[in-house]
Write a protein that binds this ligand. Structure first.
Ligand code: AMP
Length: 171
C-alpha cells in the first residue's frame, strides 16, 4: 500500500500554516490507484458482519458509498449542519484545524444495526469520535472504522479506544 503514497499529493500550509494537507484528488484520478484502494477496503471488510456504511461530508462521500456499493451494503450520510431535510441528531466535534458540528438523520440507523464508518483521513480523531457517538446515540453498533490515510503522529486512535480501526496508508 505504501506505493500509493506516490499518488497522494502533500500540500504544505493548507488550509492554514503548519498543516501538511494530504490531497487524495491525485489518487482518485488514477484509475489503478482508485481500484487498489477500493479493492483493499472490500477485502478488509468482506468477512465483517455489518449492515451499513457511514460516510462523513465531504470527502467521506467519495469513499464510503463506493465501499458500500462494492460490499453490497446501504450507505448513510453524516452532514454539516442544516443540510439534512428530516429530523436529525447533532454532535459537536474538534478538527485538526477548528471545530464544527455534524448531523445524522434520526432514523438513519435502526437500533442494533452494525455500522462501518469509512473516511479519507484519520487525523486527530475528533471527527471519527463524534461519529461513533452519533451511531451509538441512535442505538447502532460501530462495526469498525476504515480510513485511506492515518496520521500516526496525531494519535487519532487515542480517541477511539475499543474500536476496530484499519487504515491503508500510514504517515
Ligand atoms: P480529524 O477530526 O482531525 O481526525 O480530521 C478529520 C477530517 O479532516 C479528515 O477526515 C480529513 O478529511 C480532514 N483532515 C484533517 N487533517 C488533514 C490533513 N492533514 N490532510 C488531509 N485531510 C485532513
Amino acid at each position: 500500500m505504501n506505493e500509493l503514497k506516490q499518488l497522494i499529493r502533500e500540500v504544505p500550509d493548507f488550509p492554514k500554516p503548519g498543516i501538511n494537507f494530504y490531497d487524495i484528488t491525485t489518487l482518485l484520478k488514477d484509475s489503478a490507484g482508485l481500484v487498489k484502494v477500493i479493492e483493499a477496503m472490500r477485502s478488509q471488510y468482506s468477512a465483517l458482519p455489518f449492515d451499513l456504511v457511514l460516510g462523513i461530508e465531504a470527502r467521506g462521500f467519495i469513499f464510503a458509498p463506493t465501499v458500500a456499493y462494492a460490499l453490497r451494503k446501504g450507505f448513510i450520510p453524516v452532514r454539516k449542519p442544516k443540510k439534512l431535510p428530516a429530523a436529525t441528531v447533532k454532535m459537536e466535534y474538534e478538527l485538526e484545524y477548528g471545530t464544527d458540528t455534524l448531523e445524522i438523520h434520526a432514523d438513519a440507523i435502526q437500533p442494533g444495526q452494525r455500522v462501518l464508518i469509512v473516511d479519507d483521513v484519520l487525523a486527530t480523531g475528533g471527527t471519527a469520535a463524534a461519529v461513533t457517538k452519533l451511531v451509538e446515540k441512535l442505538g447502532g453498533q460501530v462495526a469498525g472504522l476504515g480510513f485511506i490515510i492515518e496520521l500516526d503522529f496525531l494519535n487519532g486512535r487515542g480517541k477511539l479506544d475499543g474500536y476496530q480501526i484499519h487504515s491503508l496508508i500510514h504517515y
